[in-house]
Design a protein around this ligand. Structure first.
Ligand code: PGA
Length: 251
């Protein structure tokens, strides 16, 4: 039985005041009653403030990216896994489509980042997903398999317990267009079978979450699918009430 995971991706939103308020509200949620593991990913400059505001709440903090360079060094603007751990992060999102697009992150760079993050002791939410054009030309499975395989090539099965896969169709992110539960389930099952060719045991244990306009009113039907183990939530995670409803949808 896989533990559900709900992660809030706050992207480049919020002020110090607003993220502190949001984290304080989340800290009051009765998460002990929930079966979900909960993670929030504030912007880099807000990490320590959010860690402080969450206190001993059962909510972990993720960064939204990290450097592919291991250790410390002359890499202006980069942040290392070690620095993120010191700031109180336990997780990092890697390969979000906005980074792949805005910063031309290749599959190889994403794979390097995953390797560095795991080596430095962070857990990873690895994002994969196709564009609308790729979906319409029938390439969805091939695209996400290619993105996933680039990372599997640098992993050992023992790393897998610290990895969560997020399927995020680009056409569904921030658009209000959600993949139907059937569409998402089909891709999740395909991803799990790619992992199974690499390690059957890991395929069984790996959590694969869905992202792309997850809201309080569609979360339960998505999470009810056999291969959907939770959500990576953007817009709806910026409101404590709707994020709480999504966490409850894990059941
Ligand atoms: P969204 O974002 O929920 O606003 O569509 C999801 C994501 O990009 O992780």
């Amino acid at each position: 039985m896989r533990t559900g995971l709900v992660a809030g991706n706050w992207k480049m939103h919020g002020t110090l005041t607003s993220v502190r308020a949001l984290a304080s509200e989340l800290a009051k949620l009765p998460l002990a009653e929930s079966n979900a593991e909960v993670v929030v990913a504030p912007g880099l400059a807000h990490l320590t403030a959010v860690v402080d505001a969450l206190g001993d709440a059962n909510i972990a903090v993720a960064a939204q990216d990290l450097s592919a360079f291991a250790g410390e060094g002359a890499h202006t603007g980069d942040v290392s896994g070690t620095q993120l751990l010191e700031a109180g992060c336990r997780w990092v999102i890697v390969g979000h489509s906005e980074r792949r697009e805005d910063h031309s992150e290749s599959d190889a760079l994403v794979a390097s980042k995953v390797r560095v993050a795991l080596d430095q002791g962070l857990s990873v939410i690895l994002c994969v997903g196709e564009s609308l054009e790729q979906r319409e030309s029938g390439d969805t499975d091939a695209v996400v398999a290619r993105q996933l395989t680039a990372v599997l090539d640098v992993l050992e099965p023992a790393d897998a317990s610290k990895l969560v896969l997020a399927y995020e169709p680009i056409w569904a992110i921030g658009t209000g267009l959600t993949a139907t539960p059937e569409q998402a389930q089909a891709v999740h099952a395909g991803l799990r079978s790619v992992v199974a060719q690499w390690s059957a045991q890991v395929a069984d244990e790996l959590r694969i979450v869905y992202g792309g306009s997850v809201k309080a009113d569609n979360a339960a039907t998505l999470f009810a699918q056999p291969d959907i183990d939770g959500g990576l939530v953007g817009g709806a995670s910026l409101d404590a009430g709707s994020f709480a409803d999504i966490i409850r949808a894990i059941g």
